[in-house]
Design a protein around this ligand. Structure first.
Ligand code: AMP
Length: 394
C-alpha cells in the first residue's frame, strides 16, 4: 500500500477523503474537533508540497437529501482556523460549480466539498456518483479511517477507478497502532470489552481470545455472562439467546488459560436516569426489580489490579451508562487505571473515545482511534474493504 509521501503530488489536483464526521450541537457548533485535528498532518503535507487540495467527507446521516443541518460549512471554518489559512467551500460535492472552483485552485489552495451523503450514490457505492467525483482530480488519497469498513463510493468505487491512489498519515497511524496491538508478542495483553450488547462484540471477543492473556468484561454484556453462570441479574440488559455463546466464550477462555474477569458488583437503579438513590450490590445480590447500570467500586479495584502488569491493552466499550453521571464512575476508573499503566494502550473510537474524553484521560492513552466501527472490525480480524482497495492498487 502506498502512502501520500510515496508519490509526487506537486502541482497536482489531490482529492483527500477525510472523516470530518464531527459532533455538533443544535446550533451547528462543533463540540469536538478531534477528527479535524487528526486530518491536519496529511492536509498540511499536501499544502507544503504545493498540491491543489480537494477535501471531502460525510457528516451525519442526511440519507441522500440536501439538508443544511448536515452541512460541512462549519468544518470549513474550523479547518481554516486550525490551518491558519483560507479554506474554500463548495456548496455541492459534484456539479459544474464545484468543477469551476476546482479548476481555479492554485498550488497550496484548499477546498472542501459539501457533504458526500447529500447524494444516495455515496452510501450505495454508485459507480455513476464516483465517476462524477473522478473528473475532479489527478490523485486520490484516503485518510478517512472511520469509514474504511464501509463499501461507500468515495472510499470503495472511487479509488478502484482512480489511476493513482494512496493513504494519508492518519490512516497510517491507525493501522500502525492496530497492527502493534494485534501482532506484538508483548505480554500480558489485556482486552477490556464493555458496552451494551455481546451481540455486537462476539466476533471481537472470539478473535481476541486467540491473543489475549486477560479479558475484562464490563458494561451490560457482563449480565449475559453472569446469567449464563446461573446468577440472577434483576432487570439488567441481557441477551438470553446468547447465553450459550457466552458459555462457549468462557469455556474457550478457560481452555486457553486466559484470565477472564467479570465485574463483582454493580451500581443498580430502577430507571436509567441520574438517580441519587442508586445503590451498589454484589453480583450475587442484584434485586429483582433493579438494573445494573455501572460496575461498582470493588470491580474497579479488581480490574485495576488485573491491569497493573499489562504491556498491551485494547479497550472497546464503556463499563456502564457513562453518559449519565450516576453511572459514569466505573468507566472513569477504568480510564484512570489504564492511564496509570506503562502499557501500550489503544482505545476504540466512538463511545469509548467519548468516555475517555469525559474522564479527562485522553492524554494518558497511547492512542485513541477515530473509528468506532472500523476499529472494531480490525479487532475482529477482518480486512477493511477500503484498505483492501488501497492495497490492490498499491
Ligand atoms: P457499545 O456501542 O456496544 O460499545 O455500547 C455503548 C453503550 O453501552 C453506551 O451508550 C452505554 O450507555 C451502554 N451501556 C454500558 N453499560 C450498560 C448497562 N449496564 N446497561 C445498559 N447500557 C449500558
Amino acid at each position: 500500500m502506498k502512502y501520500i509521501n510515496d508519490i509526487d503530488i506537486a502541482h497536482k489536483k489531490v482529492f483527500i477523503r477525510c472523516d470530518f464526521n464531527v459532533p455538533m450541537d443544535e446550533n451547528g457548533n462543533i463540540t469536538d474537533d478531534n477528527r479535524i485535528k487528526q486530518a491536519l498532518p496529511t492536509i498540511e503535507y499536501a499544502i507544503d508540497n504545493k498540491s491543489k487540495i480537494i477535501l471531502s467527507s460525510h457528516l451525519g446521516r442526511p440519507k441522500g437529501v440536501k439538508n443544511k443541518k448536515y452541512s460541512l460549512l462549519p468544518v470549513a471554518k474550523r479547518l481554516s482556523t486550525l490551518l491558519n489559512k483560507k479554506v474554500l467551500f463548495a456548496e455541492d460535492c459534484i456539479g459544474q460549480n464545484s468543477a469551476e472552483m476546482i479548476n481555479n485552485l492554485k498550488d497550496g489552495d484548499v477546498l472542501l466539498l459539501e457533504n458526500l451523503r447529500f447524494y444516495k450514490g455515496e452510501e450505495e457505492n454508485s459507480q455513476e456518483f464516483a465517476t462524477k467525483l473522478l473528473k475532479f482530480f489527478d490523485i486520490y488519497i484516503n485518510d478517512a479511517f472511520g469509514v474504511c469498513h464501509r463499501k461507500h463510493a468515495s472510499v470503495y468505487a472511487l479509488p478502484k477507478m482512480s489511476k493513482i491512489v494512496a493513504a494519508g498519515f492518519l490512516l497510517k497511524t491507525e493501522l500502525d497502532y492496530f497492527s502493534k496491538i494485534l501482532e506484538s508478542e508483548e505480554k500480558p495483553f489485556v482486552a477490556v470489552i464493555g458496552g451494551a450488547k455481546i451481540s455486537g462484540k462476539i466476533n471481537c471477543l472470539t478473535n481476541l481470545l486467540n491473543k489475549a492473556d486477560k479479558v475484562i468484561i464490563g458494561g451490560a454484556q457482563a449480565f449475559t455472562f453472569l446469567k449464563a453462570l446461573g446468577y440472577s441479574v434483576g432487570k439488567s440488559l441481557v441477551e438470553d439467546e446468547l447465553m450459550d455463546t457466552a458459555k462457549q466464550i468462557m469455556n474457550k477462555a478457560k481452555k486457553r488459560g486466559i484470565k477472564f474477569y467479570l465485574p463483582v458488583d454493580f451500581v443498580c437503579s430502577k430507571e436509567i436516569e441520574d438517580d441519587i438513590n442508586c445503590k451498589t450490590f454484589t453480583y450475587q445480590e442484584i434485586p429483582d426489580n433493579m438494573m445494573g447500570l455501572d460496575i461498582g467500586r470493588a470491580s474497579s479495584i479488581l480490574f485495576s489490579e488485573a491491569l497493573k502488569d499489562a504491556k498491551l491493552i485494547v479497550w472497546n466499550g464503556p463499563m456502564g451508562v457513562f453518559e449519565i453521571n450516576s453511572f459514569f464512575n466505573g468507566t472513569k476508573e477504568m480510564a484512570k487505571s489504564i492511564g496509570e499503566t506503562r502499557a501500550l494502550s489503544v482505545v476504540g473510537g466512538g463511545d469509548t473515545a467519548d468516555a475517555v474524553k469525559k474522564a479527562n484521560e485522553s492524554e494518558n492513552m497511547s492512542y485513541i482511534s477515530t473509528g468506532g466501527g472500523a476499529s472494531l472490525e480490525l479487532l475482529e480480524g477482518k480486512q477493511l474493504p477500503a484498505i483492501e482497495v488501497l492495497e490492490e492498487k498499491g
